[in-house]
Design a protein around this ligand. Structure first.
Ligand SMILES: [Ca+2]
Ligand SMILES: [Ca+2]
Length: 436
């Protein structure tokens, strides 16, 4: 009996230790996003985190498909992928960006861009069913999706607004962005750039839309918000090629068709040659801190308030504690780079074929003429594997995939079956419920 109790306690502990992560990324113009995803997959394999979703923020159709291919490469095709659907126009990538090549050359579970769901909806669905303060959001793309989430009102998915969901469910937002050098940096990241940097590159020059979204997020995010600024990945304020935490070259030791290696090589092939594929690690640092905390590498200045002006000037002050701050490195760049690169080069895990447990205690809720099935979350006890979704079948036919533990009925009656899906795409046995 004692052994069984101990096992149960250990199981509970090991489940709680894993951070539940949503990654919001923009894989297209810079390969550090792929470095970041490779690292995240390795950390999931080590049991440090569960990847609940990966969401794209670019305006290219291929970016989300690239995410889908990366998930499959790591034998986790079940991980939900979201995309920002609010652009007036979604364009096709050109051969100059690696997402074009990855989406063309690698298999993936999502065939077309249209198969990928709305990122804001995915955020809402996951947060609605999540336990309080259980979610870590890592934003290494632009703020489009998270801005959309904070702006969202109550809907069919949740009676709560986006702000309420974030306040209740999100433990930390860790983002790559801003610039806190000497506490008066000019932004030259996804936060929208600065009007002071227009002579440098188009991306660094002020983009009013990105700047506005980011200012809204900073001013309205009710969850703790931490930034890793430009200065952490790049030592030289004005030169992107003179970075300090440099990674990527190690990927050359991996097989020639390794998806992370190919992404880096394709990026550099169109920018002077793929012999040297070393790149700054801006995105990886934000993720590293989000999952491992300060550790030996970082110092967090967490209790203050970030300000971003409409000209793209960033600052932080600690006279008001809005649970906002930034991290700075406290260890040699080279040592941080080694740790990050080793995680980027982690082994591809086996497909987890041991199914999760089936959903339990299904009940039918009725409210305002709406019928909803609700159930208890399934579990997948294997290391490096976790539940990502539920497939719903009505009278034997697949009707819906849910990312939380509820399903709003579209038809009146029928025999409903629910199966849990894990990151590998392995299904649990079904639990059924008859609706008359
Ligand atoms: Ca990025
Ligand atoms: Ca399993």
């Amino acid at each position: 009996m004692k052994t069984i109790h101990l096992l149960i306690i250990l199981l509970v502990f090991s489940t709680n230790a894993q951070k539940k992560v949503i990654l919001d990324t923009d894989p297209s113009f810079d390969p550090d996003d792929v470095g970041c995803m490779a690292m995240l997959q390795t950390m999931a394999t080590k049991g440090e985190c569960d990847i609940l979703a990966i969401i794209n923020s670019t305006n290219q159709k291929e970016s989300a498909l690239c995410i889908s291919a990366i998930n499959q490469f790591y034998n986790r095709p079940g991980i939900p992928v979201g995309d920002y659907k609010g652009y007036a126009e979604k364009i096709n990538a050109t051969a100059k960006t690696y997402d074009y090549h990855i989406s063309k050359d690698y298999p993936r579970p999502h065939e077309k861009w249209e198969d990928i769901i709305d990122g804001v909806q995915l955020y809402r669905e996951i947060l609605e069913s999540a336990q309080d303060t259980s979610i870590t959001v890592i934003i290494v793309g632009t703020m489009h999706n998270f801005y959309g989430l904070l702006k969202s009102g109550a809907d069919e998915i949740s009676a709560k607004t986006g702000k309420q969901l974030v306040a209740e469910k999100v433990a930390l937002v860790s983002t790559m962005g801003g610039n806190f050098l000497d506490n008066k940096g000019y932004d030259r990241t996804n936060w929208g750039g600065s009007e002071h940097l227009c002579s440098y590159t188009d991306w660094s020059c002020l983009n009013a839309e990105r700047n506005l979204m980011c200012r809204y997020v900073i001013e309205n995010c009710p969850a703790p918000f931490m930034a890793s600024g430009w200065e952490n990945g790049n030592g030289d304020y004005f030169n992107a090629n003179n970075g300090n935490v440099m990674t990527g070259q190690g990927l050359k030791e991996l097989p020639e068709n390794h998806i992370a290696r190919v992404s880096y090589e394709k990026h550099f092939e169109y920018r002077g040659g793929a012999e040297s594929i070393t790149r700054h690690s801006n995105d990886q640092i934000a993720l590293h801190y989000a999952i491992r905390g300060e550790g030996e590498n970082y110092k967090a200045f967490a209790h203050g308030q970030i300000t971003l002006t409409e000209k793209g000037e960033c600052s932080w002050d600690d006279t008001v504690d809005r649970k906002q701050g930034h991290i700075q490195k406290k260890r040699e760049d080279e040592l941080i780079a080694q740790e990050i690169e080793a995680l980027m080069m982690g082994d591809v895990p086996q497909l987890d074929k041991t199914p999760p447990t089936p959903p339990k205690n299904i009940v039918l809720m009725k409210s305002k003429g709406q019928k909803t099935l609700v159930w208890e979350a399934s579990e997948d006890p294997d290391k490096g594997s976790w539940v990502v979704a539920y497939n719903i079948y009505r009278d034997g036919e697949f009707v819906h995939q849910a990312y939380g533990t509820k399903y709003i009925l579209k038809d009146s009656g029928g025999n409903y079956e629910i199966r849990a899906v894990n990151a590998s795409g392995t299904l649990s046995s079904s639990a059924s419920y008859q609706v008359n």
